[in-house]
Design a protein. Structure first.
Length: 461
């Protein structure tokens, strides 16, 4: 990375000390949740500090602020929060240097890719769900204008909108049709490859499969599969990614992937298939966490295209007709408040700005997260994971053995009186049968009309 940015002017670099990364990421995460999507900072050339950041709801607001503050002796940069956060996390993992340096032009480029992919996903979902004849004339005119705007903006936009029109609305009248008779097949294939490569990257499969993807697409097969292997600690995963060519064009689509997880504790692996539908997608890490029995907090979309948030957790006792495990959902109305549950316990990271937000974010992604319990002047490292069904946390010791929180406190010498408050509201594992949560627990949409089978956890021979 350093060699790439060696000749980039200082005004186009963002520097963050590694020891400050978590604090900066925490602030970016908090701002993003408040719909503050851009930030500005004084461009001194020195590593930024958390208190240097100023947040804005739009790029226009951030740009105007930076312009108004510009003088002979100082200037401000403004950047999008989402792309900055992604690159900062990736660079933190890939580069052990004490100073993390990002090219701000790469940040802007990534944000443009994110925005473009989201626009494409929304347009594709609309065209897939609704035939053009279902629209009222004024609604169709407005949608077509949006299509044409994307079509005329970039070469990628032209290729994608033409392909989507051919795929979903091939019978639309010629005066509104975006298809051109001289569409360059090579250009379409290149843009299709770029689009699928981005899908793989944002789904957690990285860029290692890009060469195989290109080779398979060039063969022109109706459908094909790619394989991806990754270890998470001592657990091994193998993903089979399924691609299929459109029946009405040369475009390929990433339809679904099946994930197989093998752990040292289990004699046989378990498997689940996850659909890719350009919304509500489950990433590789989220899929691994779900198959490990943990819950993941995601924004979902109901049948009326309305957004809502819920915790997802696999029901290993129920499968549909295809053998896929059903998914339990615990909506916000169910009453699981992760922040309140965490605050019942003396967790050191909750008192540290940045660490607190990072902990919450990690647990919402379904991770088993390391924390420090502080009591009576002593500290104990443990691991926790969210347990929305029982409105609590699951605790593990440093050998990953499941333990009750009170057992940890007892070993730390906490008296019964001092731990009374902690014991209240904590659901003990042995009482699970009596507190089975029913309200707010719903099957994943799409499985409601399918036959449910009760049985043992699915095994792969």
């Amino acid at each position: 990375m350093e060699s790439v940015i060696a000749f980039v002017p200082d005004s186009e670099l963002l520097r963050v000390e590694r020891v400050k990364v978590n604090e900066v990421l925490g602030l970016l995460h908090t701002a993003n949740k408040k719909d503050q999507l851009w930030f500005a900072f004084k461009n001194t050339g020195a590593p930024i500090q958390a208190n240097d950041l100023l947040f804005f709801q739009s790029g226009t607001d951030a740009s105007e602020f930076a312009l108004n503050q510009k003088s002979v002796v100082e200037s401000y940069q403004h950047l999008p929060i989402e792309a900055t956060g992604r690159l900062l996390i990736n660079h933190q993992c890939d580069n052990p240097q004490e100073l993390i340096v990002l090219d701000t032009r790469e940040i802007i480029k990534l944000q443009n890719e994110i925005n473009f992919d989201r626009s494409v996903s929304m347009i594709e979902e609309t065209m897939r769900r609704h035939h053009w004849k279902e629209f009222k004339p004024d609604e169709l005119s407005l949608f077509i204008s949006e299509l044409k705007e994307m079509h005329d903006e970039t070469e990628a936009g032209k290729v994608i909108t033409e392909a989507l029109t051919q795929q979903y609305w091939p019978d639309i009248p010629s005066e509104t049709k975006l298809l051109s008779n001289n569409l360059n097949d090579t250009t379409m294939n290149e843009k299709n490859l770029d689009y699928l490569s981005n899908q793989l990257k944002y789904s957690g499969f990285g860029e290692d499969l890009n060469a195989q993807l290109k080779e398979k697409m060039q063969k022109g097969e109706t459908e094909f599969s790619l394989f991806h292997q990754r270890d998470f600690g001592k657990d091994s995963t193998v993903a089979t990614l399924h691609f299929r060519k459109s029946e009405s064009s040369e475009l390929y689509f990433f339809n679904r992937y099946s994930l197989l997880v093998k752990t040292p504790q289990a004699s046989e692996p378990i498997k689940q298939t996850f659909n890719i539908n350009n919304k509500d997608n489950v990433t590789l890490k989220e899929a691994y966490n779900l198959l490990s029995g943990r819950a993941v907090y995601k924004e979902l979309t109901n049948k009326n295209d309305e957004k809502y948030k819920a915790w997802l957790q696999i029901d290993f006792k129920s499968t549909n007709e295809q053998g896929n495990y059903l998914m339990k959902q615990f909506h916000d109305k169910y009453g699981y408040d992760l922040k309140a549950v965490l605050e019942k316990h003396p967790i050191k990271e909750l008192a540290i700005s940045g660490d607190r937000e990072r902990l919450m974010d990690s647990l919402e992604r379904g991770n088993r997260q390391s924390v420090t319990i502080v009591m009576g002047g002593s500290e104990q490292k443990v691991f926790i994971e969210a347990s929305p069904q029982f409105k609590s946390l699951n605790f593990y010791d440093d050998s990953m053995k499941r333990v009750q929180a009170q057992t940890i406190y007892d070993k730390m010498g906490v008296s019964a009186g001092a731990s009374k408050e902690l014991k209240e509201g904590e659901k003990v594992e042995g009482s699970k049968q009596s507190v089975r949560a029913k309200a707010g627990e719903e099957d994943d949409e799409g499985g409601g009309g399918q036959k449910q089978k009760r049985g043992k956890r699915q095994r792969i021979s």
